[in-house]
Ligand binder design. Structure first.
Ligand code: C2O
Ligand code: CU
Ligand code: CU
Length: 488
């Protein structure tokens, strides 16, 4: 099952897992050592408290998208909200249950919602041709048969996905099942759904969406860290084990997540469910749309300590030069500060084995395809073509295993996303030259830094019909780095 190139990363929880990451020069992360948990009071004391989105069961509910006002902690500002909430409500569902949601569009633009990481029938998937006009409605009704895991939903409107998602149309989807419940992972106040984003703020502290100039090439990025729509929040925490359901909900920014106290993050799941076993990692890279299910163990800390979940500074892999310099990737962002206020005795146990989904095997592949994700001269294309709504770009036979190779000859990172399936990342050549530990489970999005080529094993076994493949840099997607994929 395991491929040799990947086997060395597949350590179970223990010292070996973290140690295996040391040594590759590009893996060097700044700020991982030498910081202590107990910080003196400083500017961060002005932080607002973290907010969690309301949690809903999507069984006969309405999701109404409308303009409103969002409380960002430091300021209030106009935003686009679903049911008045930023972020959009967290939808929790059990595997096998019926998902019945009516979307109402009260925005001044067309809108359609997509359930990222799920494989619903094609007409339920939020293809941009299904967008409804202002005042319109769309009824979603299907059975959720996804693996237990962390998924999300967001706008998928043609050429407006970047703007609508940035303004607030994005929320988490959490799927559970009995196998997950048997793990007794942290729940209640110790399970935190967290949407990580960056924003550019104007002088009044209002997020600005402005995909012009360099942002047309690099995507929209900002230097202000937001978690669940709150600017640089904190959370009062206990000396306990926490489960973080992390989504990189940024339009364009790649994050390198780490703890400020040098302790590892314990990764238990990714895009499409659990890993086979937990991995203790010094940091986890998360590109836009990727998810990480992480255990944050604060039991070694004491009341008064502070632990920052941050995106640490990193050097951009691949070639640099003028275009690479336009990337604006790699700056540090302090995301969420855990303030340990209470000493408790938490007997939670970190499982040693996890119920990981089956993935297709390269040995079964009957076909190969290649896709070149290129950005040049203000255009973003796949195999030289920009998206056209009614042109079928890829036709895939249902149920057949294929090898898909993604190439990035450009100066910008491309997180490549497939609808309606999950895939196994087989290899990466160029750039970082390896499959990374956080890419070893079921994936629906995989990051290509400049000059990287990534091969995945993919099989569509869920639904027939018209789906999509695209770059999840939302400005790239809106400018055409997207293709229709028909499963027949
Ligand atoms: Cu989150 Cu078509 O994607
Ligand atoms: Cu998707
Ligand atoms: Cu891209």
């Amino acid at each position: 099952m395991a491929h040799p190139s990947r086997r060395r990363f597949l350590h179970s929880l223990g010292a070996g897992a973290a140690a295996s990451l040391v040594g590759a020069p590009w893996l060097h992360a700044c700020g991982l050592s030498g910081t202590t948990a107990a910080a003196a009071p400083d500017a961060t004391d002005g932080r607002p408290p973290l907010r969690l989105a309301p949690s809903l069961t999507p069984a006969g509910i309405t999701l109404t998208a409308a303009p409103g006002t969002a409380d960002h902690g430091s300021t209030s500002a106009p935003a686009w909200l679903i049911n008045g909430s930023l972020p959009s409500p967290t939808l929790r569902i059990r595997r096998g249950d019926r998902f019945q949601v009516e979307m109402r569009n009260q925005l001044p633009q067309d809108l359609i919602l997509h359930w990222h990481g799920w494989s619903p029938p094609a007409l339920m998937d939020g293809h941009p041709r299904l967008a409804v006009a202002p005042g319109g409605r769309y009824a979603y009704d299907f059975t959720v048969s996804e693996q237990p895991g962390t998924y999300w939903y967001h706008s998928h409107t043609h050429m407006r996905t970047g703007e609508q998602t940035y303004r607030g149309i994005a929320g988490l989807l959490l799927v559970s099942d009995p196998a997950e419940e048997a793990l007794h992972l942290p729940t209640g106040t110790r399970e935190l759904p967290l949407i990580l984003q960056d924003r550019r703020l104007d002088a009044a502290g209002t997020p600005v969406y402005s995909p012009v100039g360099p942002a047309m090439m690099a995507g929209v990025q900002g230097s202000a860290p937001f978690v669940n729509g709150v600017h640089q929040p904190f959370l009062d925490a206990e000396t306990a084990l926490y489960r973080l359901r992390l989504l990189n909900g940024a339009n364009a920014r790649v994050m390198r997540l780490a703890r400020s106290d040098g302790e590892p993050l314990v990764l238990i799941g990714g895009d499409g469910g659990f890993l086979p076993a937990p991995l203790a990692l010094p940091f986890i890279d998360l590109a836009p749309a990727e998810r990480a299910d992480v255990l944050l163990d604060l039991r070694g800390r004491r009341a008064g300590d502070r632990v920052m979940l941050r995106s640490v500074e990193f050097a951009i892999p691949g070639t640099m030069g003028f275009m690479g310099g336009m990337n604006r990737q790699g700056q540090a962002l302090d995301l969420l500060e855990f303030r340990i206020t209470r000493q408790v005795n938490d007997p939670a146990v970190i499982p040693t084995r996890l119920p990981a989904p089956m993935l297709p095997d390269a040995e079964d592949a009957v076909r190969e395809r290649r896709f070149r994700f290129d950005s040049m001269m203000m255009s973003h294309t796949i195999n030289g073509r920009a998206f056209e709504m009614d042109r079928m770009d890829v036709t895939v036979p249902f149920g057949e295993t294929e090898l898909w190779t993604f190439e990035n000859p450009s100066a910008f990172p491309h997180p490549v996303h497939l609808h309606a399936t999950h895939f196994r990342v087989l290899s990466r050549t160029g750039g970082r030259g390896a499959v990374l530990p956080w890419e070893t489970g079921a994936k629906d999005t995989v990051l290509l830094w400049p000059q990287e080529t990534v091969q995945v094993v993919v099989r569509f076994t869920r639904e027939r019909g018209r789906f999509l493949m695209h770059c999840h840099n939302l400005e790239h997607e809106d400018m055409g780095m997207m293709a229709n994929v028909e499963v027949t």
